[in-house]
Design a protein around this ligand. Structure first.
Ligand code: EPZ
Length: 444
C-alpha cells in the first residue's frame, strides 16, 4: 500500500481547530512511567504512530499498557519490568525511545539501549546524555551498537550541559529521580515538554524544582515514595504552530483551541512582524487572522523560548509567498532544510547557503508532486500546498503520521480540499479516504 495526500490549494482556512496532546511530551511521560512500581493513567494522548512505537518499546520491557483511542487515555502498568533492553529495530524507528535509558537506569540500575545514530535532519549526538549519566555514577559503555549502562547506585551530582539538549535534560531528570541525594542540571533545556515531564514526575512523588528555567534541581526520593497518578499531557505547541502557519499562509481566519498561548510567544510575535493578527481570546485559544499578503521576516531557530526549530519549515512555506526577502538560520540541526528542494519544485525562490536559507517571496506557489523527507518537512509541504495554485500530491506520509493526528480531518473542518488516497501497489485497488482519521485505532 502506498498513500498520498492530495490538496487542491487556494482555499482560505476558516472555523476552528482543536489541538491534541504534545507528541514530544507524552513519549517522555511514557518513559517516566517506568520509574513507577504501580499503575498510572495518562490523558490527552494523541493517536500517533510514534505513540504506538513507544507503546511497543515499553511493552518489550515487560510493561502492560492499555490505550483507549476514544478517550485518548493510556494506562501503564510498570509493576514488573522483565527486560532492560530497547532493541535497534524500535530505537531506529523512533529515536525518542532512547529516553528509556535514564528511566531504566533509575529504576533497575541497568539498561541496554540501541544507539539511535543520526537521522534525516542531523547528526543528533548523545554525548551529553552519557556524560551526565556517568556523573550520576553509572558505568556507560558502547558495545555492538548499544549503550550499556549499569550502576550499583546512582548518586546526585551537579551537571552542566554544554548545550540545553532537550533529550539529555530529560534522560538525566529521569535517572536522578531515584538517585541518592540532590542533582542539579545547569544549562538545562527549558521547553514546555520538560516542564510537563517534571510535573508528571512530581505527580508520582518525585521532588523536582526549577523545570522551565536553566537550573533544574532533583532531590532524590525512594522507590516506595512513588505512587500512582492520573495526568493530562500538555497541548502540542508544534501542532498548534503548524495550523497557525496554515491559516496565515491561506490568508484565513480561524480559532486554534486547546493551546497554551504562552508556549507560542516567539511564534506569535514573528507572525505580528509578518503582518498577521493573532489574538489570545481566552487562556486556551488563539484567533488567527491574515487579510493581506504577509511581509518577509528573518528568523533564527533557537532553544525555547526562542523560535522552535520544529516550526522552521512550515514558516518557510509562509515566507515563500511573503512580500520581500526573508533569511532563515537553522541553528539546532545541521540538515534541516530538506523541504527547500521540494518547495522550489512548487515555484519557491529559495537559496541555501550553509545553515541559512534566503527566501525571495513569490506571488504564488504551484501544485505538483512532492515528497516529505521527515515529519516537519512534511508539515511545510502541507502548508505550502494549502496556499498553492492547483493540485499538490504529497508522498511519504508515514513521516507526517508520526506527529499530526487526523490531519486531513482537521484541515477539512477548516475548509481545506484535502484527500488521502490509498493505492494498492498492484494498482488494482486504489481508493480514497476523505476526511477520515489518519491513524488506525489500535488495541494494546
Ligand atoms: C527534541 O529532540 C525533539 N524530539 C525534537 O523534535 C526537537 O526538534 C528538539 O528536541 C529540539 O527542540 C523529541 O522530543 C522526541 P536535543 P532531541 O537533544 O531531544 C545536539 C520533531 O520534529 N546534541 O535538544 O533529540 C543534537 O545533535 C522533533 O518533533 C548534542 O550535540 O533534541 C541536536 O543538534 C525532531 N549532544 C541538538 O543538540 C547531545 O548529547 C538538539 O538536540 C544531545 C544533543
Amino acid at each position: 500500500m502506498s498513500e498520498r495526500i492530495i490538496i487542491k490549494g487556494g482555499r482560505q482556512l476558516k472555523g476552528e481547530v482543536s489541538i491534541g496532546g504534545a507528541k514530544n511530551a507524552v513519549l517522555k511521560l511514557m518513559a517516566a512511567a517506568l520509574l513507577l512500581d504501580d499503575i498510572c493513567e495518562i490523558h490527552n494522548v494523541p493517536e500517533l504512530s510514534d505513540v504506538q512505537t513507544m507503546i511497543e518499546v515499553i511493552n518489550h520491557l515487560g510493561v502492560k499498557t492499555e490505550y483507549k483511542p476514544s478517550e485518548k487515555s493510556l494506562i501503564i502498568n510498570a509493576k514488573h519490568i522483565t527486560n532492560y533492553e530497547a532493541c535497534y529495530e524500535l530505537v531506529s524507528k523512533m529515536r525518542a525511545s532512547f529516553i528509556v535509558l535514564g528511566a531504566l537506569l533509575g529504576r533497575c540500575k541497568e539498561a541496554r539501549v540501541a544507539l539511535p545514530g543520526g537521522c534525516a535532519i542531523g547528526e543528533r549526538r548523545i554525548d551529553l546524555h552519557i556524560k551526565g549519566l556517568e556523573a550520576l555514577g553509572a558505568q556507560v559503555k558502547i558495545e555492538g551498537g548499544y549503550v550499556v549502562a549499569k550502576a550499583t547506585k546512582l548518586v546526585g551530582a551537579e551537571i552542566h550541559l554544554d548545550r540545553p539538549s532537550v533529550g539529555a535534560t530529560e534522560n538525566l531528570m529521569l535517572a536522578a529521580v531515584l538517585a541518592e541525594g540532590s542533582s542539579i542540571i545547569n544549562n538545562a533545556a527549558q521547553e514546555p515538554e520538560i516542564v510537563d515531564l517534571a510535573n508528571f514526575l512530581n505527580s508520582i512523588g518525585a521532588d523536582i524544582s526549577g523545570a522551565g528555567t536553566s537550573e533544574i534541581v532533583i532531590n532524590g526520593v525512594k522507590q516506595k515514595d512513588l505512587h500512582s497518578t492520573v495526568y493530562t499531557t500538555v497541548p502540542d505547541r508544534i501542532e498548534a504552530g503548524t495550523y497557525i502557519a496554515a491559516i496565515v499562509a491561506t490568508r484565513g481566519h480561524a480559532i486554534v483551541r486547546n493551546v497554551f498561548p504562552n508556549h507560542l510567544s516567539s511564534v506569535l510575535s514573528k507572525l505580528t512582524e509578518m503582518g498577521a493578527t493573532t489574538t489570545i481570546i481566552d487562556p486556551f485559544s488563539i484567533e488567527v487572522n491574515c487579510v493581506n499578503r504577509t511581509r518577509a521576516a528573518d528568523m533564527v531557530t533557537q532553544p525555547y523560548p526562542g523560535f522552535p526549530t520544529d516550526l522552521q519549515s512550515p514558516f518557510m512555506s509562509i515566507m515563500a509567498v511573503s512580500k520581500g526577502i526573508s533569511i532563515v538560520t537553522e541553528s539546532i540541526y545541521e540538515n534541516r532544510f530538506r523541504h527547500v528542494g521540494e518547495l522550489r519544485r512548487m515555484g519557491a525562490d529559495i537559496q541555501q547557503e550553509g545553515n541559512h536559507a534566503i527566501i525571495k517571496g513569490v506571488k504564488f506557489l504551484t501544485g505538483t508532486q512532492v515528497k516529505a523527507s521527515d515529519l516537519r518537512a512534511g508539515a511545510a509541504l502541507i502548508v505550502a500546498s494549502l496556499c498553492a495554485n492547483g493540485t499538490c500530491e504529497i508522498e511519504n506520509l508515514h513521516h507526517i503520521d508520526r506527529g499530526y493526528e487526523i490531519l486531513e480531518h482537521k484541515l477539512s473542518m477548516l475548509g481545506a480540499n484535502i484527500t488521502r488516497v490509498v493505492d494498492d501497489v498492484s494498482g488494482v485497488d486504489a481508493h480514497i479516504q476523505s476526511n477520515s482519521p489518519i491513524s488506525q485505532s489500535y488495541e494494546v
